[in-house]
Design a protein around this ligand. Structure first.
Ligand code: RIB
Length: 295
């Protein structure tokens, strides 16, 4: 089995601030860094680090060639990435001293994918392969339909949340991985138990619900598992959800029980938040195993 991540590749422009700015406030920034990012790129690295054979598909402009080169360096297959005449997507990320962030996204080439490109990508995959998507690219619905016709296992991280995701057809989704904000926005419920119940009714497979510092929950309507979060000193939470997503998918698909898979993925994201950046902070399998032995 191999995996395709059809998703975004972004240039992350990270500004470290004394606090997140108020409306109308001008803040001088102590540190500015450029990192590789994008939910798709981050999740492809997480899946790959967890031990899967991973292909990344998505679009960049010539300003984003270094994103592709970075993926190649860390072992993700980039042969399906398309370079277009547009600007690459980028994120303006403001981080406070507690590691909390807020973000502005410019989608650029990520939002210009076409059905033809999706068809070309899918030609390389067959029944039983995994496809993982987020909501930073265009053609997600088209890709779900075509991937389903081919018998791929479909995972969706409906992030970032947009109102369209309320009336979305989740029946073909085998794994829906989302956070509290996304779950509550999609279902309109505020009680997390009700959120999960409502999501399980919509989703064909399992729901994996992340609660930040309060842990994570798995439910497929029959089996439910919950784990607490590991306590670590967070420096930057950017990409923690992406790290979790790759690790949980590989763990579940390789047959780990839901509770063990949640613990494994939580350990990976706990390691990731202790360093600044997103993609570069995703731990190796060895680091996750060592962390679990120590904690
Ligand atoms: O999930 C974190 C990612 O969201 C960042 O890398 C940024 O590019 C945005 O896509």
């Amino acid at each position: 089995m191999k995996a395709i991540v059809f998703g975004s590749l972004n240039i992350d422009k990270v500004y470290s601030l004394s606090h997140l700015p108020e409306k109308g406030e001008t803040l001088s920034c102590g540190r500015y860094e450029i990192h590789v990012g994008g939910k798709g790129l981050n999740q492809s690295i997480s899946l790959s680090n967890s031990g899967m054979e991973v292909y990344m598909a998505g679009q960049i402009g010539s300003d984003g060639i270094f994103l592709k080169e970075y993926l190649e360096k860390v072992g993700v297959n980039t042969s399906l990435i398309k370079v277009t005449d547009s600007f690459s997507g980028h994120a303006v990320i403001e981080v406070d001293p507690d590691g909390q962030n807020q973000m502005i996204l410019f989608p650029g080439a990520n939002r210009e994918t076409t059905p033809d490109y999706c068809d070309e990508v899918l030609e390389n995959f067959s029944k039983g392969d995994l496809i993982l998507m987020q909501y930073e690219t265009s053609q997600v619905e088209y890709m779900i339909e075509k991937a389903h016709e081919k018998g791929l296992v479909i995972a969706l991280n409906p992030s970032p949340y947009v109102d369209k995701l309320k009336d979305f057809d989740y029946s073909r989704i085998d794994y829906l991985i989302l956070n509290e904000y996304e779950g509550q926005s999609i279902t309109g419920e505020s009680d997390n138990g009700k959120v999960i119940e409502a999501l399980c009714e919509k989703v064909g497979g399992a729901v994996i619900f992340t609660l930040g510092g309060d842990g994570a929950i798995y439910s497929d309507g029959k089996v439910t598992a919950k784990v607490p979060a590991f306590k670590v000193n967070a420096v930057d939470t950017t990409g923690a959800g992406d790290t979790f997503t790759g690790y949980i998918l590989n763990s579940l698909m390789s047959g780990k029980a839901p509770e063990e898979a949640l613990r494994f993925a939580s350990a990976a994201s706990a390691i990731a938040v202790t360093k600044a950046g997103a993609a570069e902070t995703i731990p190796s399998l060895e680091q996750v195993n060592n962390f679990l032995m120590e904690n």
